[in-house]
Design a protein around this ligand. Structure first.
Ligand SMILES: Cc1ncc(C[n+]2csc(CCOP(=O)(O)OP(=O)(O)O)c2C)c(N)n1
Length: 343
């Protein structure tokens, strides 16, 4: 382990004494900026041509859209410890995790736009990004990511590799049977899985406290005799530190861990959600984790105006390239509607 004096602005994140050097901290920031830039572009393209009455079936991206703005600290902090050989299962709100895990932006955008060049030839759409290259998958079925992560971890263990599986889902999903059954089996079989709960306070319009008996899902880890940690404050560095411990444990063959991050859903549950149920709505923008982290890194001497502008420009270039690629790609031939799908 390096010392704090080696790199300007380096810190130890939380009580776990995990070291973050300056380059890692800037890397976390840049990942978050890339995720946000992608979501802002999708937001723009999604709402274009939806008509005055917001017709969800219209426009370049018809259908539902669940964006992850505000939840970038989870993606950046966790995925920093993974390689694309590790499996990651996500949810109906998957973009930040896919990007942080290294998914190619062109094929991802094309899938979201329903184009033939997309990861699933445009058949899956934004909730169904399946990428063999990065071992990423997700589903619109709440809590569906847990059992497949378990299966992948089981295979990795049997193959004698140090690959791991990470299963990420919302706090709403943590009340499902699949969550508990998966953790139980992973603990019993000492499988290399990291379970991550993104607690954004809301499952659509249901507040966390109306659905979940425990204040912290980390306490549920006790029931399965595995480590559990809750990260407060949507803190990317504390998330990074907790994920480092959990990933190391999984790679070392010591079994699963559970991490819950108290994060933030900056926008609606889905695009078009008026969020009348959300009393804190007016304050939400002030909790945005990206400007907050930017200030921390500026104060540490790791970012200045030029570096911030460069990160924004780099992200914009990558994202607009992907969006242009998607928009200029062909739609699937209607005659092939029943190809590549279970019909
Ligand atoms: C099995 C199943 N039940 C219900 C739904 C409808 N649904 C979609 S998202 C959602 C809430 C999920 O909340 P949470 O797990 O906290 O994730 P978040 O949307 O906050 O990211 C529900 C109930 C679904 N997609 N799948």
């Amino acid at each position: 382990m390096t010392t704090e004096t080696e790199s300007p602005g380096s810190v130890r994140a939380d009580s776990g004494q995990q070291h973050l050097d300056g380059a890692t901290r800037v890397g976390l920031y840049e990942t978050m900026v890339l995720c946000r830039t992608f979501e802002e572009a999708i937001l723009r393209e999604y709402h274009a041509d939806k008509g005055p009455g917001f017709d969800i079936g219209k426009g370049l991206i018809p259908g539902e859209m669940h964006l992850s703005a505000g939840q970038e600290p989870v993606a950046a902090g966790v995925c920093a410890h993974l390689t694309t050989d590790d499996a990651l299962t996500a949810t109906h709100r998957p973009h930040h995790l896919a990007i942080a895990h290294g998914m190619g932006l062109r094929a991802m955008a094309a899938e979201i736009f329903g184009r033939e060049t997309g990861l699933g030839r445009g058949r899956g759409g934004h909730m169904h990004l399946f990428d063999p290259a990065t071992h990423f998958s997700c589903s619109g079925i709440v809590a569906e990511g847990y059992p497949p992560a378990l299966g992948q971890a089981f295979a990795f263990k049997r193959q004698g590799t140090d690959r791991i599986a990470v299963a990420v889902a919302g706090e709403g999903a943590s009340n499902s049977g699949a969550f508990h059954e998966s953790i139980n089996l992973a603990a019993m079989w000492t499988l290399p899985v990291v379970f991550v709960v993104e607690d954004n306070d809301w499952a659509i319009s249901v507040p966390r406290d109306a659905a979940t008996a425990v204040k912290s899902n980390a306490t549920r880890a006790v029931a399965y005799d595995i480590p559990g940690e809750r990260i407060e404050g949507n803190d990317v560095e504390a998330t990074w530190a907790a994920a480092k411990r959990a990933v190391a444990r999984a790679r070392a063959g010591e079994g699963p861990s559970l991490i819950e991050v108290h994060t933030l859903r900056l926008w609606g549950h889905f695009e078009g959600d008026a969020q009348g149920y959300r009393p804190e709505l007016a304050e939400v923008p002030s909790y945005d984790p990206i400007p907050r982290y930017e200030q921390i890194l500026r104060a540490a001497g790791l970012l200045d105006d030029d570096a911030v502008a460069r990160a924004a420009a780099t992200a914009k270039e990558k994202v607009e390239d992907a969006v242009d690629f998607a928009k200029n790609s062909p739609l699937p031939d209607p005659a092939s509607a029943t190809s590549y799908v279970f019909a």
